[in-house]
Design a protein around this ligand. Structure first.
Ligand code: PEP
Length: 260
């Protein structure tokens, strides 16, 4: 099969203003086009602005969450169907901040992924362990449990999702998993996906956790790391563009990485 097109997704979290967003996206647009797929997941109220800023650039946009319900009396929730109306390409589900602050369970995350797919969005399903879980030797068991709920719900359609491995201890902390630590988990995840889908080798597995312009290239050189989910650095156009360029080098084959 051909190589996997690297994917870099910005997760703005609850940051930005209408004015700064326009500046950030203009700078990102100017830095492109990229030879990797690039997407920006913004807060819900900014979707229209972001779509207007990015239209025609090749850069996609998306959201950071969606409801596990189709539609109805769920005050404060946003449906996957609504995100589709705004041209979203991606939606992040199961980010550790949602699992932690909103008590999202593995099965709830799986339901969100199912609805996202049903509405033509690509869910970026986040999995990852805490520091205590890593220190206790249960990293593999934790990420497998989280992914297994999604596989159970989606069956062979799991091949349509993107998985983001985000060790919680590396998110927003400046601590990055070493390329070999990240690769070890990615390899486990791809093996688990291979047992569920014949298309596992085509799936993109992203790493997230303090990715920056300095460490992206080494991470992307790993055989099972197909891009990044980027938090803090996605708020700075120069840094995010540099990460997108690092992914583009992989796409162009100039790193020597085999992507088959
Ligand atoms: C994230 O929030 O998904 C993330 C990876 O954040 P950061 O890059 O800031 O660690």
């Amino acid at each position: 099969m051909g190589g996997r097109l690297p994917l870099v997704v910005g997760n703005w979290k609850m940051n930005g203003t209408r004015v700064t967003n326009v500046e950030l996206l203009a700078a990102l647009r100017a830095a492109g086009p990229f030879d990797a797929e690039v997407s920006v997941c913004c807060p819900f109220p900014y979707l229209t602005d972001v779509a207007l800023s990015l239209q025609g650039s090749g850069i996609g946009w998306g959201a950071q969450d969606c409801s596990q319900h189709e539609l109805g009396a769920y005050t404060g929730e946003v449906a996957a169907a609504m995100l589709a109306e705004f041209g979203c390409r991606h939606v992040i589900v199961g980010h550790s901040e949602r699992r932690l602050h909103h008590a999202e369970s593995d099965t709830l995350v799986a339901d969100k992924a199912r609805l996202a797919l049903a509405h033509g969005l690509t869910p970026i399903v986040c999995v990852g362990e805490t520091r205590a879980e890593r220190d206790g030797g249960s990293t593999e068991a934790v990420v497998k449990r989280q992914l297994s709920a999604v596989i159970h719900t989606l069956g062979h359609c799991v091949s349509q999702i993107v998985v983001a491995y985000e060790p919680i201890w590396a998110i927003g902390t400046g601590l990055t998993a070493t390329p070999s630590q990240a690769q070890a988990v990615h390899s486990v995840l791809r093996g688990q996906l291979a047992a569920a889908s014949t298309r596992a080798s085509e799936m993109r597995l992203l790493y997230g956790g303090s990715v920056n312009a300095g460490n992206a290239q080494e991470l992307f050189a790993q055989p099972d790391i197909d891009g990044a989910l980027v938090g803090g650095a996605s708020l700075r156009a120069a840094d995010f563009s540099a990460i997108c360029r690092a992914a583009s080098h992989v796409a162009l084959g100039s790193t020597g990485k085999s992507r088959t």
